[in-house]
Ligand binder design. Structure first.
Ligand code: NDP
Ligand code: 8X3
Length: 250
């Protein structure tokens, strides 16, 4: 059986991806900071599907914790076929001069350095086997900068550069690298971005049908299911109402 490691599986895309891969006979390693949610998801997946689930509780910003968690994986989970770097967040939506510097640092540390740490910890096995697939969850915010997107857009542009760079460097090891860039999708993303302000979060999804976490999981699974010699390098997906970062028909 193949194994997928999904970061940020306590909510949104990561949780939907864990369900999708489990339903398709993958063993899954799910990570996040909220242990209660990881345990709940593990119980749900193991009772529904005939697969194995392992949980890892760590903050992707904590370099030592990332390496220690991956090193201590039980033998049955050590061979990771697919790594999905999904854990990430936006914090705040303010003009540059009003934006909070701590928020910028959290976004860059999580969305960029977190991906570097997790990938660095996971790739030795892929390199040894000359096989593996790394899927990085970018965003349309990493393709077109929008007003008040400063810190988040910077982090997702950096992640896009990282995906491209990994693809070039890991080519000789036969490791696929895919960047997936969703537009607006209704998850806990906006509640996190607006720091619990439900009105502000709800407004983001008003007047149109956004992507769901399941929609995104389906596309990620498709990218992960192609023949060994085929790689989707870069993929932008939006709901029908959204053309890009600027044009949203409500
Ligand atoms: P959610 O807020 O629903 O989920 C985010 C996940 O990331 C949670 O499981 C959270 O787990 C985890 N996470 C956040 N920070 C950390 C951290 N420091 N360490 C470990 N895990 C962390 O958002 P989405 O599912 O929507 O977002 C998933 C990814 O998709 C993100 O990278 C986001 O930027 C990106 N994206 C989202 C879009 C959207 O419109 N929703 C569109 C395009 C891209 P926990 O809190 O338990 O640690
Ligand atoms: C999330 C999509 O448009 O809010 O990455 O930046 S957007």
């Amino acid at each position: 059986m193949r194994t997928v490691l999904i970061t940020g599986a306590t909510s949104g895309f990561g949780k939907a991806m864990a369900e999708k891969f489990a339903a398709n006979n993958f063993n899954v390693i799910i990570t996040g900071r909220r242990a209660d949610r990881l345990n709940e998801l593990k119980a749900q997946l193991t009772s529904t599907y005939k697969i194995q689930v392992h949980t890892l509780e760590f903050d992707v910003r904590d370099r030592a914790a990332v390496f220690s968690a991956i090193e201590q994986l039980p033998p049955a989970f050590k061979k990771i076929d697919i790594l999905i770097n999904n854990a990430g967040l936006a914090l705040g939506r303010d003009y540059f001069e009003d934006a909070n510097i701590d928020d910028w640092e959290t976004m860059l540390d999580t969305n960029v350095k977190g991906v570097m740490y997790v990938t660095k910890a996971v790739i030795p096995g892929m390199i040894e086997r000359k096989e593996g697939h790394i899927i990085n969850m970018g965003s349309i915010a990493g393709k077109e900068v929008y007003e008040k997107g400063n810190g988040y857009c910077s982090s997702k542009y950096a992640l896009d550069a990282l995906s491209q760079s990994m693809r070039v460097d890991l080519l000789r090891h036969k490791i696929k690298v895919t960047g997936i860039h969703p537009g607006a999708a209704e998850t806990e993303f906006s509640m996190v971005r607006f720091k619990g302000n439900a009105d502000a979060a709800d407004k983001i999804y008003e007047g149109y049908k956004p992507l769901s976490a399941g929609d995104v999981a389906d596309v990620v699974f498709f990218a992960a299911s192609l023949p060994a010699h085929v790689c989707i390098n870069d993929l932008v997906l939006t709901c029908l109402a959204q053309a890009n970062s600027f044009y949203l028909h409500r």
